[in-house]
Structure formats: C-alpha cells, structure tokens
Design a protein around this ligand. Structure first.
Ligand code: ADP
Ligand code: MG
Length: 291
C-alpha cells in the first residue's frame, strides 16, 4: 500500500478507537484469520463483584478472612483482586481501613500472596484438597459460571470467594462479525473450565482453552501459527503479554494493564472489542485494494 493510503487508514482507525503502532500492524490486520481472545477483562467487562464468601466452620470466620484477603489484594491490578478489595471495603466499612500488606507477590495466572500482620495470606485459584464446605461452594460458584478463589491463611484453607463477571455487551456482535469476516474465534483463559465454557457458549465460540498459564497461551499461539494460521491475540492482562508478543498481531484492550498495551501492536482504546471487526474491515478495504 502507498504511504498515503496507510496514513489515511491509520487516521480512520484512530477515529474508530483503534490505535495502530505503525504500518506493519495495519498490514498485519488485513491478513488475520484466527483470533485468540482472553476471557476476563476482554470478552467480559472485568468489572467483577463478589457474589458469595464461604468460610470454613471453626476457622477464622468470614469477616476476618475477608479483611485479610482484601488487605493482600490491595496490591493487585487484577479484576478479581479489585473485586475483593471493593467488597471488603464495603462490607467492613465500619471497621476502619484495610490493613497494609507486606512482601506482596503476584503470580500471573495463579493468584497473589503477602504478609498481613505476621500472617501469610494467599488468594489464588483453588488447588489441593478442600474442606467439604469449600468444595460445595466451589461447585456452586462453577454452576453459576462464577470464578471461585481460595483464601489460605498460614497454609490453611479458610474461605472460598465467588466472583461474578458479565459478558461485555459488545462481545456478542464482535465475535459474530469477526466470524462473518472469516476470522476463527478461540477463547483462551487462565480461568477454569466451567466459567470458560459458559462464556464461550454465550458467544457461540467452539474452541476453548481453559486453565491456561501465560506460557500455555504463548504455546497455543505458536501451535496455531505453525499450522499456518495468521493469529491475532486480544488481551488485557500481564498474563497475556507473552501471547500478545508471540502473535502475528497483538491487540491490547485500552482498559487493560500497561504491560499488555506495551506488548501489543494495536490498542483498542475504549476497550470496545467490536472495534476490532471494524479495524479488520478497514485494513482489508484500504490495503487490499490499493496494493
Ligand atoms: P484470565 O485469562 O481469564 O484473564 P488469569 O490468567 O488472569 O485469567 O487468572 C487465572 C486465575 O488465577 C484466575 O481465574 C484466578 O483463579 C487466579 N488469580 C489470578 N490473579 C488473582 C488475584 N489477584 N486474586 C485471586 N485470584 C487470582
Ligand atoms: Mg484477562
């Protein structure tokens, strides 16, 4: 394409809310035939809220555990972490600010941990054997397509927190339009099978990869490319950075983390995923016809 055509297309992209990092990115857009979509914060709003807190009988109790979990999650940028903090602040508002966290550590795709007043507090994807009450709460959360997170204090499972998220209204049309443009949608998420399937089913996405670590997402992209697919990845989180960087085209949600935006070739400024379909069409029209 001519420089003039590229510049015009870049300008029109910006109007659509699609920020392109240079001509190559624009050229890449017209060729993609597969799009790997992150779930949380990309297809869903990422504005999650706590739906239920279940504490083990004879343990520290729901309020105390929520206070500790809220304290640790103050260090997290993750939508799940934000939901826990917001809920803890609201529920415990009469009890002063949440305690401070020390030695905070976030493990992408797994969870967070830190010290709160001498206790080691972990908030993470459920793992290991759970007490009956928490196992029941886990099943209930999954049946409702909510994300369950486990709270451990000094190594002991203390509570299960159910966190619910909604599919972005624009995701339905976005997936539908991409498919009609001949772009195959794939959902890849660090979340569990049940919530992943529930969101995929709502959107009519057939290829689903759940429980992906950040490396798994990167591997998935590599495998697809080896099969000759031209792969775009859309993501918002630190956990998406490797996949974004390894794709033919990395696309970040403007509402996402700086790490994701930094790793991407294209940013959907308003976090509006439907703009991606507009951008693909724009790239194909302007570049496809002028070369
Ligand atoms: P997604 O791919 O859907 O954006 P992530 O890869 O970011 O999901 O996270 C995968 C899983 O790791 C989450 O479903 C959750 O169980 C756990 N997790 C990640 N970050 C946190 C956090 N800050 N607090 C609690 N759990 C977390
Ligand atoms: Mg995400």
């Amino acid at each position: 394409a001519t420089p003039t055509a590229l510049m015009a297309a870049t300008g029109r992209g910006a109007q659509l809310g699609v920020l392109v990092r240079g001509p190559q990115a624009l050229e890449g857009l017209q060729h993609i035939d597969t799009v790997v979509l992150d779930k949380t914060g990309t297809l869903t709003s990422g504005h999650m809220s706590v739906t239920r807190v279940t504490a083990v009988p004879g343990g520290l109790g729901a309020e105390a555990v929520l206070r500790l979990a809220g304290a640790v999650e103050q260090g997290s940028e993750h939508p799940l972490g934000r939901a826990v903090v917001a809920y803890a602040r609201r529920t415990l508002s009469g009890q002063g600010p949440l305690p401070e966290v020390r030695d905070f550590h976030a493990e992408a795709g797994r969870g967070v941990r830190g010290r709160v007043g001498g206790r080691l507090v972990e908030v993470l994807a459920p793992e290991g054997e759970l007490p009956t009450e928490l196992a029941d709460a886990l099943r209930a959360a999954e049946a409702a397509a909510h994300t369950p997170v486990l709270v451990r204090v000094d190594g002991a499972a203390e509570a299960l927190i159910g966190i619910g998220d909604v599919v972005r209204p624009g995701s339905y049309r976005a997936v539908d339009r991409l498919r009609r443009l001949g772009v195959h949608p794939v959902l890849a998420t660090g979340d569990r099978e049940a919530p992943a399937r529930a969101v995929a089913a709502a959107l009519g996405i057939e290829e689903v990869h759940a429980r992906c670590t950040p490396e798994d997402k990167g591997d998935l992209v590599r495998r697809l490319r080896e099969r000759g697919r031209r792969v775009a990845v859309v993501g918002d989180g630190v956990n998406d950075a490797a996949a974004l960087a390894g794709a033919d085209l990395g696309i970040a949600m403007g509402t996402g983390t700086d790490v994701a935006i930094g790793a991407a070739d294209v940013t959907l400024v308003r976090g509006d995923i439907e703009a991606l379909a507009d951008a693909v069409r724009l790239a194909r029209r302007t570049l496809g016809t002028i070369r």
